[in-house]
Write a new protein. Structure first.
Length: 373
């Protein structure tokens, strides 16, 4: 862009910026007025009640442009009209603006002097601007994280917290209780604690390293900066790269195991089938058992999976639901019946006890999570 053209654009912006909304509209060229009118017409055809005239469209622009005020247009107002198709102008009005686009323009307003393209008119639309800002933030976060985390992937970083000092430093500015030394030591006795960041936000991740009275407490919990739970493994898989998520399992003293249940029905009713059940889930099975302590199980030794379900539900039906062939039971799988022992929060199975001699030490250790052997 030559200097004369740049000066002309700047002059036009300054003339429009700060004008009242009525004067702003009158100062627009014919093409932009047509675009606004097309947005109004589209809203009428689509029967969008929130958009009745140009003022509703301008009100949407007002909400998106962070430099605009109630009375005056901002320095990005004309650019938004130039680069936005009529349907989006309509949506700005309906949605009372758009927070995501406002955030992009706020960021640009703050960092534009650091960008290669400093003039808003050099960007074809909000998507290009968002990509440039995301790249800038990624590079900035990458530099900031260097040397402070155990593993970094672009703007993402993770560190296993081993000391109260690390917890206090990394948790600075958050409401995490683990920033207090005594609280950290209490948590650290029974959980692995990780610091996680996506370049903008901080998260604390916990996963237990001990079993509590036979019950597995190994579900990953993610806390935001306000110390509110925001999710678990699904949240991590959705928002972080695979290598960051895998780091947690690799560094934890206890690998994450996920119990889940499926529902299956036969002639007598609907039953739950739990994979790798916790003691809480075993108790849920008993509720479906009408008081009986009998629990049927399918033990897949090779894949280290246990499936448990009510005693009334036949192995044949359960295996069919799980896609396991019942006709010829391979040695690697055990179909058996167990009894829940509340005092130990585990199951007891004579079949498994009788097979103990044929099992490896590793298999026995694994089975002890679920059974009295």
């Amino acid at each position: 862009m030559n200097i004369d053209k740049a000066f002309k654009i700047l002059k036009e912006e300054l003339l429009l910026e700060g004008k009242s909304w009525d004067n702003f509209y009158e100062s627009l060229n014919k093409r932009l007025k047509v675009k606004i009118n097309n947005a109004v017409e589209k809203a009428r055809r689509e029967k969008v009640d929130e958009v009745k005239d140009k003022n509703d469209i301008l009100n949407g622009i007002k909400k998106v442009d962070p430099t605009a005020t109630e009375n005056n247009a901002g320095k990005y107002s004309e650019w938004l009209i130039k680069t936005t198709i009529p349907i989006w102008l309509t949506l700005f009005a309906v949605n009372n603006g758009n927070r995501l686009n406002t955030d992009v323009l706020k960021s640009f307003n703050q960092i534009q002097s650091n960008l290669e393209k400093k003039d808003i008119n050099e960007y074809k639309d909000i998507n290009e601007l968002r990509d440039v800002i995301d790249e800038y933030e990624t590079q900035k976060s990458t530099k900031k994280l260097k040397g402070k985390v155990d593993l970094q992937s672009g703007k993402y970083g993770i560190k296993k917290i081993d000391t109260a000092k690390e917890s206090c430093e990394l948790g600075s500015g958050t409401r995490w209780c683990i920033t207090d030394k005594s609280s950290f030591e209490t948590y650290n006795e029974r959980t692995n604690i990780f610091f996680l960041t996506d370049g903008k936000n901080k998260y604390a991740v916990t996963i237990a390293r001990k079993f509590d009275e036979g019950d597995r407490k190994d579900t990953i919990i993610v806390y935001d900066e306000q110390d509110e739970k925001v999710g678990g493994i699904k949240f991590l898989n959705k928002n972080f790269p695979k290598e960051i998520v895998n780091f947690i399992s690799k560094e934890s003293k206890v690998n994450e195991e996920f119990s889940d249940g499926i529902k299956a029905d036969n002639k007598t009713g609907m039953f739950s089938i739990y994979k790798n059940p916790t003691s809480k889930e075993l108790k849920e099975i008993l509720k479906e058992n009408d008081g009986s302590k009998e629990i049927r199980v399918i033990v897949d030794i090779e894949n280290e999976d246990v499936y448990a379900f009510p005693g009334e539900f036949l192995h044949k039906e359960a295996s069919k639901k799980l896609g396991i062939e019942y006709k010829s039971i391979p040695r690697k799988r055990i179909f058996t019946t167990g009894f829940f022992v509340p005092t130990s929060n585990k199951m007891m199975s004579l079949k498994i006890r009788s097979l103990k001699a044929d099992l490896t030490e590793k298999q026995i250790t694994w089975l002890k999570k679920f059974f009295i052997i």
